[in-house]
Design a protein around this ligand. Sequence first.
Ligand code: ADP
Ligand code: ADP
Length: 226
Amino acid sequence: MLSMRNLSRVYRTDTVETSALDQIDLEIASGEFIAIMGPSGCGKSTLLNMIGLLDSPTSGSYRFDGEEVAGLPEAKLAGIRKRSIGFIFQSFNLVDELTVRENVELALLYHGIGAGERARRVDAVMDKVGIAHRARHRPSQLSGGQQQRVAVARAVVAAPKLILADEPTGNLDTVHGEEVMRMLQLLNAEGTTVVMVTHSPAHADYAQRVVNMLDGRILQERRRAA
Ligand code: ADP
Ligand code: ADP
């Protein structure tokens, strides 16, 4: 599904140059569930943003679905993101001016889907993650566990082939964290590729492959026995 070769990302300010990603080689096949781990500042979020076409490499190659995407203009990248990728963040990133239902529906706008079909899909996905009874609430009226379920619904409503999750359980207690992990596991079982950044070894155990990073490099990869 995607392949990075010799990919680097350097952040430059007036005085400092940070090599956030340093000659990364990474292949991810369709249907995989991957956990990215490593100490704070090692480049996990930069790598996830790169995979999700939210950031562009300073050098190197990145093929997404067979197409070279390094250097594509933002409008093209935005199109691929909208069609193919769902994002889940540690801090949920919901829009509090909108209801739960509107937050989920937002991800379906501009997909050329009629209002009736949109409503049907939004209802189905809210049911699936167990948040239908909160459809008219604002995100701030929900518990953290419920907010993350809304964020999962928003990420998957357009049926992306790839889900990227940046510490999705980082702001949740153990019970609600496990709940989110089981949702990701279910989505993966249904065929969606999942790439997740986590600090939790227990949550990394849900993945089939764990990528360990250090100082912008991939230090080690291990596959879990099936
Ligand atoms: P992690 O997610 O593993 O904590 P990050 O990917 O956020 O690490 O950051 C990797 C490195 O790049 C860090 O040294 C960080 O300070 C630096 N960095 C990240 N984003 C920026 C930015 N926008 N500008 C400058 N440096 C950045
Ligand atoms: P869950 O276990 O479903 O995540 P919690 O046990 O955390 O829910 O919360 C219990 C109930 O309190 C939930 O129905 C939730 O909607 C409600 N609740 C939590 N936080 C708030 C809040 N800030 N304002 C209003 N209701 C809230």
